[in-house]
Design a protein around this ligand. Structure first.
Ligand code: NAP
Length: 228
C-alpha cells in the first residue's frame, strides 16, 4: 500500500487531503500540532498521528523519523500574516519564512520521496499587505519546479480563498476569488498528484490571473489595484 505523510493534517486543506487519500487507500502519517484533532482525524482516516511543531528541531526530527520511506509528501502546514509591511515585526517575518518555506525544504531533503505536493497559494502573483506570505509561496513554486530536475514528481497547488480556520477570525473581504471548500482543494491536489501535473489552480480560472501577471505585470497590477 502507498504511504503518504501529510503536514498540517490537523486542520483545513491538510485534513481534507488526508481524508481523500485515505478514501483512495493510502496509508497515512498525519502531522500537526493539535494532538486531539490529529487523533480524531486518525480515527477516521487511519494511519499514525505525530503531534509536533515543525519549527522545533526535535519536532521536525520526530516527523522525519515517522515519514521515512513515504511515497508521497504533502506540505500543507502554513501560516499567514496580513497588514502593512512596515508594521510586520522581524520575528513574524522569520516565522513565516521558516514554517512556510524552510520547513518544506528541510523535510523534502530529509525524506526525498518520489512525489511531493506543495500547498502554495495564488498569492504567488503578489498580494497587497501579504508581502512576506506571498514571497514564501512564490519560493515554494520555484522550489517545486527545481526539484523536478532531480527526478522528483512535484505538484504545486495554488488555491484562492479556502474556508478553513486559516483566517483566524479575520474577515475575508475581497470580492475575488470566492471562497471554496477545503475538499475541493484536496480533490484537485490528489488528482493532480496522480496525474503528475506540475501546477494547478483552484478554482481553475485563477490560472488566468497568473498568466496575465507573467505576460503583462504592469497591466496586472493596474487591474489588481482597481478591482481588489
Ligand atoms: N485557507 C486559505 O484561504 C488558503 C489559501 C491558499 C493557500 N492556503 C495554504 O494552505 C495551507 C493550509 O492552510 P489551511 O487553510 O488548511 O489553514 P489551517 O486550517 O489553519 O491549517 C494550518 C495547518 O498548519 C499547521 N501548523 C501551523 N503551524 C504549525 C507548526 N509550527 N508546526 C506544525 N504544524 C503547524 C496547523 O496545525 P495545528 O492546527 O495543529 O496547530 C494546521 O494543521 C497553508 O500552507 C496555507 O498557506 C490557504
Amino acid at each position: 500500500m502507498n504511504r503518504a505523510l501529510v503536514t498540517g493534517a490537523s486542520s483545513g486543506i491538510g485534513a481534507a487531503t488526508a481524508l481523500r487519500l485515505a478514501a483512495d487507500g493510502w496509508n497515512l502519517v498525519l502531522t500537526g500540532r493539535d494532538r486531539p484533532r490529529l487523533d480524531a482525524l486518525a480515527d477516521r482516516a487511519g494511519g499514525s498521528a505525530v503531534a509536533a511543531d515543525l519549527t522545533d528541531e526535535d519536532g521536525l526530527q520526530q516527523v522525519i523519523e515517522a515519514g521515512r520511506g513515504v511515497d508521497l509528501l504533502v506540505h500543507s502546514a502554513g501560516i499567514g500574516w496580513a497588514g502593512p509591511f512596515a508594521e510586520m515585526e522581524p520575528h513574524h517575518i522569520d516565522r513565516l519564512v521558516e514554517l512556510n518555506l524552510a520547513v518544506p525544504m528541510r523535510l523534502t531533503r530529509a525524506l526525498l520521496p518520489p512525489r511531493v505536493a506543495f500547498v502554495a497559494s495564488v498569492a504567488v502573483v503578489g498580494v497587497r499587505d501579504e508581502d512576506v506570505y506571498a514571497a514564501t509561496k512564490a519560493g515554494l513554486r520555484a522550489f517545486a519546479a527545481s526539484l523536478r530536475y532531480r527526478g522528483v514528481t512535484t505538484t504545486a497547488v495554488f488555491p484562492g480563498a479556502v474556508r478553513t480556520p486559516f483566517f483566524h477570525g479575520r474577515a475575508y473581504d475581497r470580492r475575488f476569488p470566492r471562497m471554496v471548500e477545503p475538499d475541493r482543494v484536496a480533490d484537485a491536489l490528489v488528482d493532480a498528484v496522480l496525474r503528475g501535473r506540475p501546477e494547478i489552480f483552484v478554482p481553475r480560472w485563477l490560472i488566468a490571473a497568473d498568466r496575465l501577471h507573467g505576460a503583462l505585470p504592469t497591466a496586472f497590477h493596474h487591474l489588481a489595484r482597481r478591482f481588489g
